[in-house]
Design a protein around this ligand. Structure first.
Ligand SMILES: Cc1cc2nc3c(=O)[nH]c(=O)nc-3n(C[C@H](O)[C@H](O)[C@H](O)COP(=O)(O)O)c2cc1C
Length: 436
């Protein structure tokens, strides 16, 4: 299952369950011989820790990062870097009564439908603890983004929205507007008193992104950012620039007209055709209210018997504040990837090592694809075995070769080379099928 991987300028593999021993990440392809930013990673992790402010979970964890591999005397070795944080304050007992029933709003039901098992101890991989991996990985690429500033803050919690944004208003919930601060605290306290929770909207402003990042069609920068940000638990909506309000505008209002000094507005949110314009990238994320609430809710168990549940445990009234550093990390990972790819395209900035690194990455992708191909061949072998079908299917082989030949021609690849490679692949595939 590849859902735990995130491909950026480096491979990011997150692992560990909320109530397991550790939450961690393996980073691949980090250049050897560079200073490993351990303190920076710790600083970023401290930002996402629970237990800050009155409306946060009281789960208290130091979240001290430990390096298990890939770093020697503070310097990267070029080998996979494994980082872990020990889960110390988990109280599985809080979840014992939930072994059989699905918590509304959580991933329990859908995971059960997919895997026939779910981690009732706080959601396992669907818990916010998995974001330790994202934040740690984001901190590693931070230094690649000099000149780029990413700001992430709430602009709405529950029904209270900001009116003015101040640059300098430090407070435990990162609320940027002194004028509405008391209102938002009141909104939070009311929800907490009612054993309920709140959602809200996060605003992300990304400044200093050069024009030209992102690719046409399937590699669009907004598509990549959306994928990365929507993958954060609890994030249910995203808009760029004018977003949903563009739907009600006329073209004459929505279009960002241009003058000698540049764009006259930024309704497109800094991205046109999937490629950055050089203007500020503006994103809004809708975050749903925290699912775990102590008020009584209706649900069912595996046998569809109905139950009433109240979710005890320690939960944030609103998770928005904890999501902020995670959003920053995901944006960093996407931008770092786009920047390094852009560097490859602008050949003048390259040296031989850059080319070789790019080739190594492609070779790794090929190997991964071959592994996936083998896995599927094995499944086909089992299927054929069960259904009494012969492994060799001459017609299918011929069709496959014809299609590949046609594609090789269209993509200006050497047809003979493609033919040779696939003869080997098919031979191997048949051997695997025979032995499945
Ligand atoms: C940093 C972080 C912390 C979270 N903490 C909680 C929490 O304390 N309680 C809760 O119900 N959900 C929490 N969530 C949200 C759940 O992980 C999420 O709602 C759940 O996995 C279902 O996924 P979905 O909402 O994206 O569909 C948190 C998410 C993040 C990113």
């Amino acid at each position: 299952m590849r859902g735990n991987h995130f491909e950026s300028v480096m491979g990011v593999l997150g692992f560990g369950e909320s109530h397991g021993k550790v939450s961690g990440v393996v980073l691949e392809d980090v250049k050897g011989g560079v200073i490993f930013p351990l303190e920076e990673i710790q600083r970023e992790l401290d930002k996402r820790r629970p237990g800050k402010g009155n409306y946060a979970s009281t789960r208290q964890e130091a979240d001290r990062i430990e390096v298990l591999s890939g770093v020697m005397d503070g310097i990267t070795t070029g080998m996979p870097i494994c980082l872990v944080v020990y889960n110390q304050d988990q109280r599985t007992v809080d979840y014992k009564n939930l072994q059989e029933i699905f918590r509304p709003g959580h991933a329990d039901y859908s995971w059960y439908r997919k895997f026939k098992i779910w981690d009732w101890r706080g959601g396992g991989r669907a818990s916010g603890r998995e974001t330790i991996a994202r934040v740690a990985a984001g901190a590693v690429v931070k230094e690649m983004l000099s000149g780029i500033k990413i700001e992430s803050y709430p602009v709405q919690i529950g029904k209270v929205g900001v009116e003015n944004i101040s640059d300098n208003f430090p407070n435990p919930i990162s609320w940027p507007d002194p004028g509405t601060y008391d209102d938002v605290l009141y909104e939070l306290s009311k929800a907490q008193e009612a054993n309920d929770s709140l959602g809200g909207i996060v605003e992300l402003r990304i400044l200093g992104v050069p024009a030209g990042l992102g690719d046409p069609v399937f590699g669009k920068l907004d598509a990549k950012l959306a994928g990365a940000l929507i993958s954060i638990g609890g994030v249910k909506g995203i808009e760029f620039g004018g977003g949903f309000s563009l739907a009600g505008m006329r073209g004459s209002e929505a279009n960002d007209q241009m003058g000698a000094g540049g764009f006259l507005s930024n309704n497109c949110g800094g991205i046109l055709g999937g490629i950055s314009t050089g203007e500020e990238i503006l994103i809004h994320l809708a975050v749903k209210p925290t699912s775990s609430i102590e008020s009584e809710q209706k649900t069912i168990d595996k046998d569809r018997n109905e139950h009433l549940i109240e979710i005890k445990g320690r939960h944030d009234t609103c998770i928005l504040m904890r999501i902020l550093p995670v959003t920053t990390a995901m944006v960093r990972l996407v931008l770092a990837d786009c920047l390094s790819y852009q560097k490859l395209q602008e050949e003048k900035k390259l040296d031989l090592n850059d080319y070789r690194e790019a080739l190594d990455k492609i070779d790794e992708d090929i190997l991964l694809s071959l592994r996936r191909r083998e896995e599927i061949s094995r499944l086909i072998g089992k299927w054929k075995n069960r259904h009494g079908k012969a492994v060799t299917d001459g017609d299918r082989e011929q069709k496959l070769m014809d299609v590949l030949k046609e594609k090789a021609g269209a993509w200006q690849l050497d047809a003979e080379m493609v033919n040779d490679i696939w003869r080997i692949i098919i031979k191997q595939s048949k051997e695997i099928q025979e032995n499945s």
